[in-house]
Design a protein. Structure first.
Length: 377
């Protein structure tokens, strides 16, 4: 197992993500505890010492199950991370209540790592609002030793992450972002990485395989990669890409089976980043994949000056592209929650004024109508 140094700690580069644990039925809350315990035992035996859960994972049961399983091991043999559930605005005034309950659910007296969960467009104002006392309370818990290291996770845009860092950056010790070879450009991850480096913040990675989307590629694409590394499985390319990015400490993987765990652990026996030819090939595949399902908006903003409803069309098209590529998901709907109803895709009246000045000749009105339909499907 590869290890990374973090403030005197020796952390396994592969983190055990507890968001996609094996299930006993089709219900997401029905975790198969026996299989999860078996996987945890294998992970511990093979050097994985970082375990990441959260309040909302598996309908609230992830913290309970992981706490119960990890209690069988010496507390000093693993590092446990969980998060304040700010993805739900109704939780914002309950930070003390939730934190105390999380300690009970996990059966621990402290968390090694604790995060502001999912900083994004929807909740940034609430996170920064002192009336909720979230930052002050969590900082106090760190001072009291009940949180050893404080950080945040973010699915939001570059600007949202920057706002959070401008407010709390001096007290943050790490940041967890969605980072993989498709999102390096598609979700502007490259610029987010640069921003975190400016703040000297180590990076924790989530969604390295984009929910499994990067575990299996079209044959023509997988053939290109196999020609470069005949002994490397396709999922491993996602981790090799991340091993090529400076500043990454933890790479989390939500593993649902022993086979996935074993394969990932085998990959993390070596640090074998990509050479330039391999990197160029992988990013070329990423561009092709994203372009096949994305509209070629360049954010020139000619359209916005001609929209009678004053819609932020480039932003809406960016969210449309994300939603189309992912095949749904929570990122676009979450971002739209921060946009007034009268500025959402449904507000488009189909006048085509924007299309008359679009250099890319995008059928914007059709995209807005389809986006609205997808969101309400």
């Amino acid at each position: 197992m590869i290890y990374k140094e973090f403030k005197g700690l020796k952390l396994s580069a592969l983190g055990f993500g507890a968001m996609r644990l094996p299930l006993g039925s089709e219900k997401d809350s029905d975790i198969d505890e026996a299989k999860t315990a078996e996987m945890t035992s294998y992970a511990m035996e093979h050097g994985v010492n970082y375990y990441d859960t959260a309040w909302g994972y598996h309908g609230g049961n992830s913290e309970i199950v992981m706490g119960r399983i990890l209690s069988k091991y010496p507390r000093s043999s693993y590092y446990l991370a969980t998060k304040f559930p700010g993805y739900d605005l109704s939780n914002m005034d309950k930070v003390e209540e939730i934190f105390e309950e999380q300690l009970k659910k996990c059966g621990v007296e402290y968390f090694d790592f604790y995060l502001f969960h999912n900083v994004c467009e929807m909740n940034i104002d609430a996170y920064l609002d002192p009336k909720y006392g979230i930052f002050d309370y969590l900082k106090k818990q760190k001072e009291n030793g009940r949180i050893r290291h404080l950080g945040f996770s973010a699915h939001g845009s570059y600007d949202i992450i920057k706002r959070f860092l401008d407010a709390y950056g001096s007290d943050m010790e790490f940041c967890q972002i969605q980072l993989n070879w498709i999102d390096w450009s598609f979700q502007n991850a490259k610029e987010k990485v640069a921003l975190l480096k400016e703040h000297d913040l180590p990076i924790w990675v989530m969604e390295p395989l984009r929910g499994g989307r990067l575990a299996k590629l079209a044959k023509e694409d997988s053939d290109k990669l196999t020609a470069l590394r005949s002994d490397e499985e396709i999922p491993a390319w996602a981790f090799r890409f991340l091993q090529s990015i400076d500043g990454i400490t933890i790479i989390l993987s939500g593993m649902s089976s022993m086979e996935q765990l074993q394969n990932n652990i085998k990959t993390f026996e070596t640090d074998h980043g990509l050479n330039q030819q391999e990197m160029d090939t992988l990013l070329s595949i990423a561009d092709d994949m994203s372009q096949k399902s994305s509209l070629p908006c360049t954010s020139c903003r000619y359209c916005t000056s001609h929209c009678p409803k004053e819609l932020d069309i480039p932003t809406l098209l960016q969210l449309y592209n994300e939603h189309k590529f992912t095949g749904g998901g929570f990122i676009a709907p979450m971002a739209l929650m921060a946009i007034p109803q009268e500025k959402q895709p449904s507000a488009c009246i189909g006048c085509h004024s924007c299309e008359a000045v679009c250099p890319q000749q995008i059928k914007i009105s059709e995209a807005m109508a389809e986006f609205h339909s997808l969101l309400n499907a």
